[in-house]
Design a protein around this ligand. Structure first.
Ligand code: FRU
Length: 491
């Protein structure tokens, strides 16, 4: 249950918003996940971090490690700003063959990041010989000087097997550029992609590039997710993606220029990055905030959380190639208590209150709806204050309505996010991951996800309710799983 905390100076009960199953820094400001990599049995999570303030500022790389992507151990700051500037976003790789020569022939970790000095952005590297515990910046930094582009940042690097080279994808204004290297130190520009493609309303940031096999067609594809700092469907920052082919130098999209596909339709899913070197699956993590209000979210003594790590696959759904997201299977290890309901029918305009779980919890529900019908699931609050998830077959949308926060800290917080339904069918399955200050929704197999920060008002405890808004709704399944908390406060 939500703990009552002493009222803090600015009037909010902020510590009660502390996520219990999502990663947060113990204190101070965090934004993008950086350097996600799996090495010698540990997942590394670095992140944009300002250790002295709850506001964005001189960026460092904070650091945590985990054996299962669920329980994280906080480690000291990995990278500090220096004479070349602040340490902006980037990635990390395992240099298995010691191509860099940093590791005496053994495998080791190399981080590739942006050095930002005022408006001057350049790419640099650092290496660690002790499983990420300490880092040495390369004395030849920067490894890619600025070619005269203001927004030139966020390198994501991977080893390209076919050409036996390192490849870097880098955000450059409203497009991405590709570079290759034999050793992570000398980089050659090879091509660019994106001018005029997809959503162009904002600057492109934090690109990624990885192969996935389309499980419907069996074809191998390359997926290129990219953040835009403004212009996402729910307003503010968001993440779009392209699918296509990549030969080690050129990305060729398999979609029309104007098509825009979103990785997530919620308000708070940004700067996503996939883990490098994870055998057998592609796992992504994103920053769970939005640049519209990230600096003002009333939590204390930390600010921002990461999303639940998600496994990505690729499928064709209703004729469209789509990324499918599922919370990682490891999440089920936190389940403590299962609350189940027998199937029932809700007549039009009728609603039912369910047993109230303690937060955090997972809610899985399966409903059957008539043509033109609409259904709503409420998670918190009362009639016009709180958070609701709805599916509307007439409007062909799934939506999340988030009402004003207590304290009303930003005009952009209250919102209705919506995503178009894929195809016209009558059964819907929803998986909802609910923590003390976030609600993540996965529809169907995960072909639509919607991620939102949600800060329940003091009198808005969890309240699960289902309503047949239009037409009859058959509730085939509703299972609620209370989850064990992984949050360990400092003593
Ligand atoms: C995205 C971003 C990146 C940049 C970092 C700075 O949220 O703007 O483009 O590297 O944050 O903290």
């Amino acid at each position: 249950m939500i703990q009552s905390q002493p009222l803090t100076t600015n009037g909010y009960y902020e510590e009660r918003y502390r996520p219990h199953i999502h990663f947060t820094p113990e204190q101070m400001w965090m934004n993008d996940p950086n350097g996600l990599v799996y090495f010698e049995g540990e997942y590394h999570l670095f992140y944009q971090y300002h250790p002295n303030s709850k506001q964005w500022g001189p960026m460092h790389w904070g650091h945590a490690v985990s054996k299962d992507l669920i329980l994280w151990e906080h480690l000291p700051v990995a990278l500090y700003p220096d004479e070349l500037g602040m340490i902006f976003s980037g990635s990390a790789v395992v240099d298995h063959k010691d191509t860099s020569g940093f590791f005496d022939g053994k495998p080791g970790l190399v981080a590739v990041f942006t050095h930002a000095d005022g408006d001057l952005q350049r790419q640099s590297i650092a290496y660690s010989k002790d499983r990420g515990r300490t880092w040495v910046k390369y004395d030849g930094n920067p490894v890619i000087p600025n070619p005269g582009i203001k927004d030139f940042r966020d390198p994501k690097v991977f080893w390209h097997e076919d050409t036996e080279k390192w490849v870097m994808v880098l955000a450059a204004g409203r497009k991405v550029q590709f570079y290759t290297s034999p050793d992570l130190k000398q980089w050659t520009y090879v091509s660019e992609f994106g001018e005029g493609w997809g959503e162009q309303k904002g600057v492109w940031e934090c690109p990624d590039l990885f192969p996935l096999t389309n499980e419907t067609s069996g074809e191998k594809k390359w997926v290129l997710p990219i953040g835009i700092d403004a212009g996402a469907p729910s307003g503010g920052s968001g993440t779009q993606y392209f699918t296509g082919s990549f030969d080690g130098k050129h990305f060729v999209p398999h979609q029309p220029k104007e098509t825009v596909r979103w990785l997530d339709y919620g308000k708070d899913f940004y700067a996503s990055q996939s883990f490098s070197d994870v055998p057998g699956r592609r796992v992504v993590l994103a920053w769970m905030s939005n640049w519209q209000y990230a600096n003002d979210v009333p939590t204390d003594p930390w600010r921002s959380a990461m999303t639940m790590p998600r496994e990505l696959t690729l499928m064709t759904v209703a004729g469209q190639e789509r990324l499918i997201q599922k919370p990682i299977a490891e999440l089920t290890s936190l389940i403590e208590k299962r609350m189940e309901h027998d199937p029932f029918v809700l007549k039009e305009k009728n609603s039912v209150d369910l047993a109230q779980p303690a937060s955090p919890f997972l809610w899985e529900l399966g409903v059957e709806m008539e043509k033109g019908g609409a259904f709503e699931a409420r998670l918190f609050g009362t009639q016009d204050k709180g958070l609701r998830v709805g599916i509307d077959r007439e409007k062909k949308v799934v939506y999340v309505q988030r009402d004003k926060a207590e304290g009303d800290f930003s005009k952009d917080y209250a919102c209705t996010c919506q995503a178009p339904l894929c195809g016209d069918h009558s059964s819907f399955y929803l998986k909802i991951v609910c923590d003390h200050s976030s609600v993540e929704i996965f529809l169907g197999d995960g072909e639509i996800s919607m991620t939102n920060v949600y800060l329940p008002a003091a009198d808005h405890e969890v309240k699960l309710k289902m309503e047949a808004v239009r037409g009859k709704v058959e509730v085939k399944q509703t299972s609620v799983f209370e989850m064990r908390s992984i949050w360990k406060p400092n003593t």
